[in-house]
Design a protein around this ligand. Sequence first.
Ligand code: TMP
Length: 209
Amino acid sequence: MRGLFITLEGGDGAGKSTQIRNIEKFFEEKGMTVTHTREPGGTPIGEKLRSILLDPANTEMEAVTEMLIYAAARSQHVRETVLPALERGEVVICDRFVDSSIAYQAYGRNLGSMVAEVNGHATGGLRPDITIWLDIDPETGRARATRDSGPDRLESESTAFHTRVREGYASMAEAEPDRFKRVDASGSVEEIKDEIYKLLEDLCLVRGL
Ligand code: TMP
């Protein structure tokens, strides 16, 4: 039996972590086993690559290098964590997946179609059952984000970069409306949760869960 693969996307301050906890609750209440993981990361190797990727000191990192390290972390994550959990029939909730590379590296860094090609190898063709994009305009997101430490390497990028990232997500929502669902993240936590729960109920109906 194959489980369910759910991914969350969105910029800084969109409220991803809070909604991931709500999604976990949704499936746990149905008696399903949930694996919660993230990219970059989700494995010991991936977490090491994550700290290289996000370290603000790595100012010299080339765009292609960055894209390949994200893909390397993903390859390990898919094979070591995600596929085994799906094969056990679990619900895998992943904070970011390939669509982040399309948005940040293909659009944000202007790397174009090579990103999808490399990531086809990284994932072995694995696709999410549903992707929830918490859409917020970059300035609002930035103002909302609260953290103890300063911004990481990607968060420190310009508003123009984050606007290209958002355009990338918007074009994915247009190209794949069945999988890639935009949720307006400017509303309250409860409003966002209700919209996500509706999408999950629909998915469960289709999958007979
Ligand atoms: P996080 O802040 O959601 O933990 O994600 C880490 C940062 O890495 C975030 O700024 C988005 C970025 N990122 C990419 O640029 N490409 C990717 O493929 C992934 C997974 C994340």
